[in-house]
Design a protein around this ligand. Sequence first.
Ligand code: HEM
Ligand code: SF4
Length: 541
Amino acid sequence: MYVYDEYDQSIVDARVEEFRDQVERRLSGALTEDQFKPLRLMNGLYLQLHAYMLRIAVPYGTLDGRQMRMLGHIARKYDRGYGHFTTRQNIQYNWIKLADAPDILAELATVQMHAIQTSGNCIRNISSDQFAGAAADEVADPRPWAELIRQWSTFHPEFTYLPRKFKIAVIAADEDRAAMRLHDIGIQLLERDGVLGAKIFVGGGMGRTPMIAHEVKDFITADHLMSYLEACLRVYNRYGRRDNIYKARIKILLHEIGVEAYREQVEAEFAAIRDLGLDPPLAELARITAMFKGPDFDADAPDTVDRSDPDFAVWLDQNVAAHKQRGHAIVTISLKPIGGIPGDASADQIDLMADLAERYGHDELRVTHAQNIVLPHVRKADLHAIWTALREAGLAEANLDLISDIIACPGLDYCSLANARSIPLAQKIGERFAGRQRELGELKLKISGCINACGHHHAGHIGILGVDKKGTENYQLLLGGSGAEDVSLGKITGPGFDEDGVVDAIERVTDRYVALRERGERFLDTYRRVGMQPFKEAIYG
Ligand code: HEM
Ligand code: SF4
């Protein structure tokens, strides 16, 4: 993984001290909340319903054991003993005291972590495929490219005050495990005639106006990637709307002027800047790439697994994926125990996952877009020992991509913008369907507590949106969304429901699916084949 040089470290250390001074001035009353707000947001510190929330960046979701252990330590020392992993591969703490925030950031800096650009109208943490470097289907490890973009975008003077926040994802496989097309810019690495380059998608996003990113550039080579991105951002910075917060994202600009006009503007800007020397030398990409070379795998590791324990076999089939290296596997640790809070992990669980990574996983962990944790490089021979340890810690739920593997936003339990609770609903759905989730097969369910769509409800095979109906919590149901390579936006079924009503409605939807499905069809496939009508009839009679 990427290792800070002295320059990186001094930037992060200096930032901690700057923020310490700002917090002291706020605590002494020298700064008002209005003056302090933009300063704290630049350091990932939000004010929520009950307390401060701190969002910490996990660049492209990659952590080592020492960093993971630090996250556990922070949960234990400064929060209420747990942390919440997010859909953009970050971690959030919900119960932070303002006076502690500088100390937390100072502790994080000792393990090369920070909260810079995790909020505000800037380029946020760059996200990527959680299986990067381990997946058999990637053309290259996307993380060196993500790291290069991180360096380019961190404190980029021109892009610190964009019209609105900006999210970039980089993937390198046809299977999209990072919701790439739902980002402001999505980058897919490709090989053409033996040359590695990237396809660029622009203008995706969720929120109140969900849109799928458009292909804007068919192929750009590494030597000009930064100047091309610079051109994409410049056109947005110049023409993106600043008069209306709801129309400020780049997706709205593309929608208003059209993809063609946007592409022409970008190409003109690119032509003007491509030879000005903005791109870092390829040697820098090579330097970074060397840090991601990956572990020395045990080439003789046995390729077979003893499946005689039936519970273990279920977990193997559900949560373990193929690795590019023979005798190895990719483990997804579910942070979705039935009845639990999606994405939460206790300090003890975080420590255990760090231990397992160090002991069995070449000291690597990943945070996933679906709020789970991955051990990307483990020997098949160690899978049973890993599973046994996870089971003792309540981390062995075999539900990856099943109906209880829910993405849910914090909702009304924490968030000041919420219309409805997300977490209790996720818990109820998990409990209702636990017994038949395997029979239902792949079914991605996503819940947002309001139209801002932090819980990706537009991209759920089944999506749920919390709305306010005359002062009471109400839930709309959506069907047919996907955040993967078969990306699509869900459609609302009809009138909403109360909390129990929406769980009943999902049951009617899944019953109808089971009755209609053809062999091998996922819920999403059946929905796409038969359309909304049969499900509407099942729900509303
Ligand atoms: C409780 C504190 C939070 C607040 C106040 C908050 C606020 C918002 C707002 C206002 C938006 C819409 C912005 C826009 O479309 O321009 C948004 C979008 C989003 N948030 Fe949050 N959020 C919170 C927590 C979270 C959490 C915990 C997650 C991850 C689980 C998350 C992930 C996202 C994502 C993925 C989007 C969609 C961005 C897009 O439109 O593409 N947020 N959030
Ligand atoms: S979707 Fe709405 S309720 Fe949920 S975290 Fe985002 S802003 Fe809050």
